[in-house]
Structure formats: C-alpha cells, structure tokens
Design a protein around this ligand. Sequence first.
Ligand SMILES: NC(=O)c1ccc[n+]([C@@H]2O[C@H](COP(=O)([O-])OP(=O)(O)OC[C@H]3O[C@@H](n4cnc5c(N)ncnc54)[C@H](OP(=O)(O)O)[C@@H]3O)[C@@H](O)[C@H]2O)c1
Length: 285
Amino acid sequence: MEAIEMKQLNFKGESVSELGIGTWNIGEGDARQSSQEITAIQYGLEHGINFIDTAEMYGEGKSETLVGQAIQPYDRDKLFITSKFYPFHATPSLMRASLTKSLQRLKIDYLDLYLLHWRGNTPLVETVQGMYELQAEGLIKHWGVSNFDTSDLQELIELPHGKDVFANEDLYNLRSRGIEFDLLPWQAENNIPFIGYSPFGSGNGKGIDSPELRQIAQERQVSVQAILLAWVTRHHDVLSIPKASQVEHVTANIAATEIKLTAEELARLDQDFPAPIGKQALDVI
Ligand SMILES: NC(=O)c1ccc[n+]([C@@H]2O[C@H](COP(=O)([O-])OP(=O)(O)OC[C@H]3O[C@@H](n4cnc5c(N)ncnc54)[C@H](OP(=O)(O)O)[C@@H]3O)[C@@H](O)[C@H]2O)c1
C-alpha cells in the first residue's frame, strides 16, 4: 500500500487522527484471535492512527487488557487513549475505582480521555466533579461523555466545570444521521469535538445497504465499507472509530479516508439515506 498521510484533527489543541481504533468485542477470543487483533491494532498505530477507544464494559475489561498488550512497544505519550466507565460507576468514588482498574489493565498511568459511557441515574453534577478531580490529579488528561444528545450537553455545560467537557461520542453513520440536524452544529458552535462510533452500523456492516450505496462502491471498485467510511469523514471534522480485527480491514479503512465523494455521489446517497429535516431522537447502539 502506498503511504497514506492520515489526516489529523485539532481537538481543542490535541492532535488526533481522523480514524481511531474501535475495540468493542476484542480480547475475547482464543490466543490466535488475540494475536490477530493485536497485529491489526499495531498496524493502525504504525500507519498514522493515534486514537484508541475502549471501555471497562468491553468484555468486562478484556478489551482494555488486549489494548494494554498491543500498545507496549510504543511511546505512550504519542498515543491518545480513551476509556469509559459505566453509568452505575458515575459517582466520584466508584469512577476512581473503575479508573484504577482500567489503568492497570491498560498498563499506563493516565488516560487521555475518560468518558461517561451513557447517562444513568447519578446526578451529572457529581459525575463532573469526580472527573474534574481525576483530571486535577493528572490521572486523566481530559473528560467527556458518550451517548449524549443536545439537551444533555446543554445541561452539562451549565454545571460547575461543565464547560471543560472535551468531547461527546455518539453513533454516527449513513443510516444514523439524525444528529446532523442539531447536535453536530451545536457541538461545532460550542467547540466540543465529536467522536462518531459504529461507522459500519456495527457487526459486519451488512446492516447498512441500499442500491445507490452498492452502485457507488461498485463504480469506484471499493467495498461498501469504504464508501461508508468516506461518507462519515467527508467533512474532516468527525473522528470515526471503526473496529477492525483484520489487517486487511485496517488497510482498507485507512485507504478509504482518501476517497473524496463527489457532490453527485453524496446526493445519490441522500436519496437512499435522507438528511434529517427535523429533530430526531438520538440513535444509540
Ligand atoms: N460509546 C458507545 O456507546 C459505543 C457504542 C458502540 C461502539 N462504540 C465504539 O465504536 C467502535 C466501532 O463500532 P462497532 O464495533 O460497533 O462497529 P463498526 O466499526 O461499525 O463495525 C465493525 C465491524 O466491521 C468490520 N469491518 C471493519 N472494517 C471493515 C472493512 N474495511 N471491510 C469490511 N468489514 C469491516 C469488522 O470486522 P473485523 O473485526 O473482522 O475486522 C467488524 O465486524 C467500537 O468498537 C467501540 O470502540 C462506542
């Protein structure tokens, strides 16, 4: 493969690659599978990706453990490692305990970004206070949220330290694009970077399908997944975090960031997957 210059996004002064590494469902197979997953992650890291997304939920720590193994050969400070805690660990003391375990599994002494995985019953004010304290101690560089809609973020930024929120991570792909109506513009206006998960609709991407999508992929002689990824990253302001446990998939995903969809192709995709014309309920997986 020709060397591809991975685009970097400026996330509030931090340089992050336009593609990140999703890690849901990794680290749960046998030794052969784990070795393949490590190879895929390392291939991404050696080809311009610096962002890794994991969570205490993924395999109840198995994903973090595998990421910890995969990143061993690299300069930790050049990586941007994100993890998440469960909403039922969202009090200051429980999130601290979760973080301690995540750092042990990842074999690192700080996270670049720590996210509330989704909103639960703990008052947000307590959660923000807890993250603020972990940040002040240098255990996390930044904190953020996931699966938040516009109204949740509006509430968040009014809280003490709430404006320090670094990013929000939500579902974003060609089929789930309701956030284009209000959330994405609002985050841009408020300088809150956006991380889009499940660019292929999770699983193997077979769930996102349409005649135009298939036709465009065929015309360009690439996979449907390449078109889906080129679409998510079309404005170069969304960080997309596909999960790929095969090197061939990582290679294809990196190459897909070079595809520039034309206005005509985008219009054809809009026909099958219309842009939102009003507020839609937040889509989550
Ligand atoms: N914050 C949240 O609540 C939340 C929710 C869901 C996901 N996430 C994050 O987002 C990441 C990505 O989402 P996801 O794992 O749900 O699904 P996804 O990235 O949309 O899809 C992953 C699937 O696509 C396959 N794939 C990857 N590249 C491919 C290619 N070039 N051609 C064909 N197939 C390809 C993978 O296969 P192989 O593995 O076999 O390569 C895997 O089966 C997660 O891993 C996780 O880190 C966050």
